[in-house]
Structure formats: C-alpha cells, structure tokens
Design a protein around this ligand. Structure first.
Ligand code: OAD
Length: 251
C-alpha cells in the first residue's frame, strides 16, 4: 500500500476549511461485493454495453435489459456499504465544504449516510416512464426487488418503465453537470476507485487541477489519469481511506 508520507500529505490537506471534492467509481463498492465494470470479473467482460445499456437496446428488448438491471438490483439489495463508504459519509457530514460526485448507481453512499450526493450516472433505485408520459414525474424512487413481471409498467400510461440510470449515448442531466462543474472549484480533489475511462466524469479531475486543486487518485491499479494527478495512493479504497481516517483521528 501507499507510504506514511503519502498518507500524511492528504491528511494535511483535509483540514476543516478545505474545499474537498470526491469523485467515486465502481472500485469503492468492490469490497461490498458489487462487481466493477472492467477488469477481472467485470460486468462488461460478461455483457456488451451496447446490448444492455443503450436506449436502442431497451427499445428492442425491454425485458432483456430489465433482466440485467433487476439482477443487479437484487444483488446490490443484499450488499452492505463498506469502510470506504463509511469514511466518505463521515467526511460529507463533518466538512461543510465536502462535495461527493459518484458514478455509481448502487446507492451505497446514501445508505452509509452520505449527504448531498451528486449522482452523475443516475440511480438503479429510480425509474421513469419510457414514453415520458405527462402523468408521471421524470424519475421516481422504486425499491421493488425483484420486479415481476418484467418490464415493470408505468402506473399512469402502462408503457414500460426504464431504469433511472444514464445509458451510453445519453447526456448527463444539466443540473448534475452544473453541480459537478461547480464542485471542481476546490482545494483538494480525490478520484477514488474509477478507471477514469468514461467521459465526461473522467474529465472532472483535470478540470479541478486546472482550477488549482491538489489532485489525488486512490486506486490499486494505474489508470490513464495516474500520470496527470499530483499524488497517487496505490491501494484499495477501503484500506487507504481507513488509514487516512485513523491518522485524522490521531491528530
Ligand atoms: P470500472 O469498472 O471501469 O473501474 C473500476 C476501478 O476500480 C478500476 O480502476 C479498478 O482498478 C478499481 N478498483 C477495484 N477494486 C478497488 C478497490 N477495492 N478500491 C479502489 N479501487 C478499486 O468502473 P468505473 O470507473 O466506475 O457507466 O466505470 C465508469 C462507468 O463505466 C460506470 O459508471 C458505468 C460504466 O460503463 C455507465 O453505466 C454510464
């Protein structure tokens, strides 16, 4: 894992008044048993994104797409937040200027008690009417597990419901983009457990750096952005964040 000296750099910068922004990816939920997308055992090794995570795929076969999302909802419903989620949730409550942007759709940050989560790719626990009918809101929470039959139906117009996630080929919600953009004006930017391959999320760390933030990557493996950050903490999120938190407590 990373050295004491490296950990001390982050501990020093996490002082109470610092504007801290955290971007998380699937690696943060790995210790909870949620499969990541890439790497050994990753979801995209078993499934093709264009067959499951696009509007075209849904239009062609909503039941097939829902089978995959329903399976993930069942799997995640049985998972618990891990130490990484707990530390991040503590920071989100403890530091008034701490912002959290997640690419994860699993809801584990919220279950750990994180406040003000910016859900960059939506939520697996939200649904919306596929036809965007006038009778229903854009998205709403539905924690039914499992859905039966598939696809679930809009209570207003009986069209299929869609998962409330962002699919390939879809834009990021404008208010989410603007809140994320604002969050890149910070003193410390931590990018944790993401392969930094999917844009526009992957662009946020460089944007923060250009605006003067000290940028840190926490990941056991190298990413395309590892050379472009100020500090790399090589290690698993749950271990590195626990080590930082212990040092903060001991100050
Ligand atoms: P990926 O699966 O692409 O990357 C997961 C990252 O987590 C990798 O860099 C791993 O090295 C790292 N990792 C694994 N275990 C870890 C641990 N215990 N602690 C810290 N890091 C660990 O997942 P994302 O980067 O989140 O988008 O993927 C980005 C987007 O691609 C997802 O939001 C999803 C996917 O397609 C959409 O569905 C729109």
């Amino acid at each position: 894992m990373c050295s004491d000296t490296e950990l001390a750099i982050v501990v020093d910068r996490l002082r109470a008044g610092a504007r801290t922004t955290i971007l998380t990816g699937a690696g943060v939920s790995a210790a909870s048993g949620v499969p990541t997308f890439r790497g050994p055992g990753g979801l995209w090794k078993r499934h093709r994104p264009e067959e499951l995570a696009t509007p075209e795929a849904f239009a062609k076969d909503p039941a097939l797409v829902w089978e995959w999302y329903d399976w993930r909802r069942q799997l995640i419903a049985a998972c618990e937040p891990n130490r990484a989620h707990a530390v991040i949730a503590d920071w989100s409550r403890r530091y008034p200027d701490c912002r959290l942007i997640t690419q994860n759709v699993d809801g584990l940050h919220e279950r750990a008690g994180a406040e003000g989560v910016i859900r960059f790719h939506g939520s697996l626990w939200e649904v919306g009417c596929w036809r965007a009918c006038a009778g229903s809101p854009h998205r709403w929470m539905d924690r039914t597990v499992p859905f039966d039959p598939l696809p679930p139906r809009c209570p207003h117009c009986d069209a299929p419901l869609r998962p409330g996630v962002v699919w390939f080929g879809e834009g990021i919600d404008a208010s989410v983009l603007s809140r994320s953009d604002n969050a890149t004006a910070c003193d410390l930017f931590l990018t944790i457990g993401t392969s930094s391959l999917v844009y526009p999320a992957a662009g946020l760390v460089q944007q923060a750096r250009q605006r003067g933030a000290f940028t840190v990557e926490i990941n056991p493996d190298a990413t395309p952005l590892s050379d472009g950050v100020d500090l790399v903490l090589r290690g698993r999120a749950e271990a590195v964040l626990d080590a930082i938190e212990q040092r903060l407590a001991g100050r």
